[in-house]
Design a protein around this ligand. Structure first.
Ligand SMILES: [Fe+2]
Length: 357
């Protein structure tokens, strides 16, 4: 069969064999729920087709866990073959492939990896998109995350006295359509229709139950920004009643230690706001890992503690448990240099000891 088509078929099978039979070493290590968390890293917005020099800098910070806060690929499609190919493109990036073997990753999604720009409840391929996302992040087939609608999840790490609760919200699966702004300069304006939602009732009930679990620090991750209002862009403030509900749930659960994490914005900033929960609410936004937005970073942001940084960035959260326990938020650039940082005492994230009747 030296020159027959069969010979070529045989050669193809031989050449293809190592690729299809070798186990692909892409799986992330599993986070240890008993570990005392001392350092986490966060980031968002990974364009799979852009250079990804930042992963070695994140690994060099030696985080015990990395939280990927959405727009983990830019799929922007209803074509699931295209979305799968985009995940494969990311998986093949050498820097990312090396990183995911070193550092456990927990992820939620935002619009571009969920479906397309600003997508919400209406996105028709959500089930298929979710399956691709959970496969990519090695979520086991038996995990209950596979059976619930959406990708929200929560985990608690560490022993009593040093517990870090990580709550990853899904702000896409149930999210009602935002209200279009007639202004040519803004996309959206606040939607005060009480029937509209960010999280959906099932996720709201789940969140309330999570906040009643004991923990010293609670990192609540949202794809889009929680506090403040960047006029015309996406954020919880497009649904002010839902933003208020989030604060109310935290207050009613008397949940201590809440800090918000978010992505999406293409700059990094630390904000401090008042949600009426009895202690200041901080938000650490970290975006993006492959492309920033210096113009967006320059927009006025009254709640920001520093001038936001619009270059490529990631975030580090350092926890100090001894003496006076504290959390230091560090915005870092593509090389891992600290751009700005802010330290919060956990003692300052406590609800009032007695309700004022
Ligand atoms: Fe986004």
């Amino acid at each position: 069969m030296s020159n027959s088509p069969l010979r070529w078929l045989w050669l193809l099978i031989l050449v293809g064999q190592p690729m299809t039979t070798e186990a692909s070493p892409t799986t992330s290590p599993t986070p240890d729920p008993g570990a005392v968390i001392k350092r986490l890293a966060i980031g968002s917005c990974v364009d799979q087709n852009r250079p990804q020099h930042i992963w070695p800098a994140i690994a060099a910070a030696e985080p015990q866990l990395f939280l990927l806060l959405g727009d983990n690929i830019y799929a922007d499609t209803l074509d699931m073959a295209k979305m799968q190919a985009d995940y494969e493109t990311l998986a093949a990036v050498p820097e990312f492939a090396a990183f995911r073997q070193q550092v456990p990753i927990l992820a939620t999604w935002d619009d571009h990896d969920y479906g397309w720009n600003d997508a919400g409840v209406e996105y028709a391929q959500k089930e298929a998109s979710k399956a691709l996302m959970l496969d990519f992040f090695d979520v086991p087939a038996a995990d209950e995350l596979r059976r619930r609608p959406g990708v929200y999840q929560a985990k608690i790490f560490g022993p009593p006295g040093q517990r870090v609760q990580i709550i990853l919200l899904d702000g896409r699966w149930f999210r009602s359509a935002p209200l279009k702004d007639p202004s040519p300069y803004r996309r959206y304006r606040p939607n005060l229709d009480a029937t509209n939602t960010m999280l959906g009732e099932t996720q709201w009930q789940w969140l309330r139950a999570q906040l009643e679990q004991p923990a010293e620090l609670r990192l609540i991750a949202s794809g889009v920004q929680v506090l403040g209002y960047a006029a015309g862009f996406e954020g919880w403030k497009n649904f002010p009643l839902e933003q208020e509900r989030l604060f109310t749930v935290i207050r009613e659960a008397r949940a201590a230690g809440v800090v918000f994490l978010s992505g999406d914005a293409h700059f990094t900033q630390i904000k401090r706001g008042d949600g009426g929960v009895g202690y200041p609410l901080y938000e650490f936004t970290s975006s993006g890992l492959t492309h920033g937005n210096p113009v967006g970073a320059a927009r006025p942001s009254p709640l920001a503690l520093q001038r936001p940084y619009g270059g490529i960035n990631f975030g580090v959260l350092n926890l100090r448990w001894q003496d006076d326990p504290s959390l230091t938020l560090q915005a870092r650039d593509v090389d891992g240099n600290i751009v700005f940082e802010h330290t919060i005492r956990l003692a300052d994230l406590q609800p009032p000891t007695e309700e004022i009747k």
